[in-house]
Design a protein around this ligand. Structure first.
Ligand SMILES: NC(=O)C1=CN([C@@H]2O[C@H](COP(=O)(O)OP(=O)(O)OC[C@H]3O[C@@H](n4cnc5c(N)ncnc54)[C@H](O)[C@@H]3O)[C@@H](O)[C@H]2O)C=CC1
Ligand SMILES: O=C(O)[C@@H]1CCC=N1
Length: 269
């Protein structure tokens, strides 16, 4: 690839993205450096042969093409100024929920090339969805480079209106947690219905995986796929009358997504 990337923060999301890049062979260990104050987390990067620093002053790189911020939104104002020295060459990519381009421009100046990205943790296995919004300072070559890098993490999409990033965060950024909880609930219900724990786990996991894969690959509307499972007067109809009666699950999902969107807006305030 021949570029220099600095990953700032190698926690849950930063490391998930890094794993996706390395697994897809998008970059060599020598093309990326990590800044992470936590020694245990830093050692994960070191185990891949990557130079990992506890603080930006310890970085060996004097130039960078891309600086990726994967720290908590509340830390952005403290962390970002140390990377101003990589301007004007660097493009800055932030995955921080709620944190606007305007906040970065306030810290780095309006000359800075900034891309907001809302990823999700399946990025680690190339099955994430990475949603981008860039400011006008990002050059076309930099956009292409970032899109190509992130394609190792899964689908890459863009929004034209930055305000949509809060809804994106609520649907796909936080979304994996909803599905993990759904798996937990289906496992627990399976056990209560009499299945051994290991069987309930296998059935819940493979059913979610298989249904998602079928929904994605078949091109069928999810409602049509649901109907194909639902025999009139059968078992599925009995269960769906619980989930869909009075729009129960739909209302819950609407409330959950609205709560996440509201929190994303608050984080950016
Ligand atoms: N976890 C997720 O599923 C997603 C997280 N995000 C965003 O990713 C960002 C990181 O979230 P997580 O990875 O979940 O949190 P995390 O707490 O696992 O990772 C943040 C990392 O930043 C490190 N850090 C703290 N101070 C630092 C500094 N001065 N320089 C460099 N690194 C420093 C921490 O030691 C920690 O490892 C947040 O802004 C969040 O909104 C976005 C989408 C999904
Ligand atoms: O919970 C959060 O705030 C972050 C953003 C999206 C997923 N995790």
């Amino acid at each position: 690839m021949g570029k220099t990337i600095i990953l700032v923060g190698c926690g849950n999301m930063g490391y998930a993205m890094l794993k996706g890049w390395l697994a897809a062979g998008k970059l060599k260990a020598g093309e990326i450096a990590v800044v992470e104050p936590n020694e245990t987390l830093r050692s994960r990067a070191v185990s891949h042969g990557i130079h990992a620093a506890a603080a930006p002053e310890e970085l060996e790189a004097s130039t960078a093409d891309l600086v990726v911020f994967a720290v908590k939104p509340q830390m952005i104002r403290d962390v970002v100024p140390a990377y101003r020295r990589f301007m004007p060459d660097a493009t800055f990519l932030s995955v921080a929920a709620g944190t606007s381009i305007a906040t970065f421009e306030d810290i780095l100046g309006t000359d800075a090339a900034i891309i907001r990205c809302m990823p999700n943790t399946p990025a680690a296995i190339g099955e994430g969805v990475m949603v981008l919004f860039a400011n006008a300072r990002v050059r076309p070559e930099a956009r292409e480079f970032v899109s190509d890098l992130l394609s190792a993490n899964g689908a890459v999409a863009t929004v034209e209106d930055e305000a949509l990033m809060d809804a994106v965060t609520a649907v796909s950024g936080s979304g994996p947690a909803y599905l993990f909880h759904f798996i937990e609930c289906l496992m627990a219900a399976g056990e209560e219905a009499g299945l051994p724990a290991e069987t309930a786990r296998l059935l819940a996991m493979q059913t979610i995986y298989g249904a998602a894969a079928l929904a994605k690959t078949s091109g069928e509307d999810p409602a049509r796929l649901r109907e194909q499972v639902t025999s009139p007067g059968g078992t599925t109809a009995a269960a769906l009358s619980v989930l869909m009666g009075e729009d129960r699950l739909k209302s819950l999902m609407r409330e959950a997504v609205a709560a996440a969107k509201k929190r994303s807006i608050e984080l950016g305030a």
